[in-house]
Design a protein. Structure first.
Length: 50
């Protein structure tokens, strides 16, 4: 139950990924622009910490 979205997963072994698994949103560095020193942050999802 709950919303369905398309997103990147992080901090998880690919063998442990399953449809319907519980996840939490985290902020991660997505890209760094060297010429300007700008860092782009975005959201990814991971299994909840236990």
């Amino acid at each position: 139950e709950g919303p369905v979205i398309l997103a990147q997963l992080t901090d998880v072994d690919p063998e442990e990924i399953d449809f319907g698994m519980e996840v939490e949103m985290v902020t991660r560095k997505i890209r760094e622009f060297d010429e300007d020193g700008i860092i782009l942050y975005g959201y990814k999802f991971r299994p909840p910490l236990k």
